[in-house]
Design a protein. Sequence first.
Length: 124
Amino acid sequence: MTEELKAYLNKLMGTVEGLHAIAVTDRDGVVIVKVAGQMAPDTALRPPFLSVFGVMTEQAGKMGMGTNKRIINFYDRYQTIQVNYHPLLLHFIADTNANTGLILELENELEDVLKDISKVVGMM
């Protein structure tokens, strides 16, 4: 199952030029599954970085802003797109010039997969 999922994620990653990594984590940044090309920055795939979105989402909710669904960050060389799919977080890491809209559309492609993973994670 894991290898099939990784193959599927690699296939999706190849559909967007400049997309270097896709990761699915829990709220604490623990990686459930990830795929990354050679250009993916290693630091962006470590749990300390991946867990920040979960913490920010929880804090925004406590401030009465509602549930944070997505956050997009642009850095000098990369962009990160993080999607809240409770209890999971979906992370995309790409070049700054990668098409952000196309990356956001991958969320729809992954909806069924994320539902299945959520069921498994929810049982733990």
